[in-house]
Design a protein around this ligand. Structure first.
Ligand code: SF4
Ligand code: SF4
Length: 70
């Protein structure tokens, strides 16, 4: 899988799978994440804090661009 969507320096566990082709950069996931742990960096969605796996981002992404894996 070709994905480089996390900062491995700050996040040890990366459950975020983000599909750039589906994403319309609406920022909804960033606004809804209770951890405030999502942000765009260089056009890629990055996880910068520990993910709670609440799946809010996955559920509310209008374009189904996010998957939270176990
Ligand atoms: S699953 Fe929850 S905590 Fe993890 S990135 Fe998505 S909204 Fe944030
Ligand atoms: S909610 Fe979905 S479409 Fe919107 S910025 Fe996040 S990943 Fe992209």
């Amino acid at each position: 899988m070709e994905q480089d969507n996390t900062d491995t320096k700050t996040v040890t566990e990366n459950p975020l799978k983000w599909d750039k082709k589906k994403c319309k950069f609406c920022n909804l996931c960033i606004e809804l994440c209770p951890q405030k742990g999502l942000s765009f960096e260089d056009g890629n969605l990055k996880l910068t804090k520990k993910c709670l796996k609440c799946k809010i981002c996955e559920k509310y992404c209008p374009d189904r661009g996010i998957e939270i894996v176990k």
